[in-house]
Design a protein around this ligand. Sequence first.
Ligand SMILES: [Zn+2]
Ligand SMILES: [Zn+2]
Length: 124
Amino acid sequence: MRELSGACMCGAVKLRVRTGATEARECHCTQCRRQSGHVLAFLTVPWDAVDWQGAPAIYRHTEKADRGFCAGCGSYLYWRERSSDMVDLSAGMFDAPTGLHLGPPSFTGNKGDYYDVSPWSAAE
Ligand SMILES: [Zn+2]
Ligand SMILES: [Zn+2]
């Protein structure tokens, strides 16, 4: 276990999370591409493991799921299914050294037609 810290672009929302997770995943789904402009990367952790400073704004993007963002600067913070104990945090907000690496990408079947996803292989 280690503690990661992170923040949105303007610093109004910060977080600390205690986690042993080290594998982030890129999501190529249409919603993530529309929200972020291209591809988002997530670190999945228990919701209870996250200590927020400043309240994320919430966009209810489906009946079942929320997307947290900063109301001040618009930074993407998380995706969460409301019935789940877990949350997908935006990997890009964490302060270095993160100790993270990218695992296999998600939803590559929904990727944009303007790029290719390289076949993923674990780092040796
Ligand atoms: Zn912000
Ligand atoms: Zn996605």
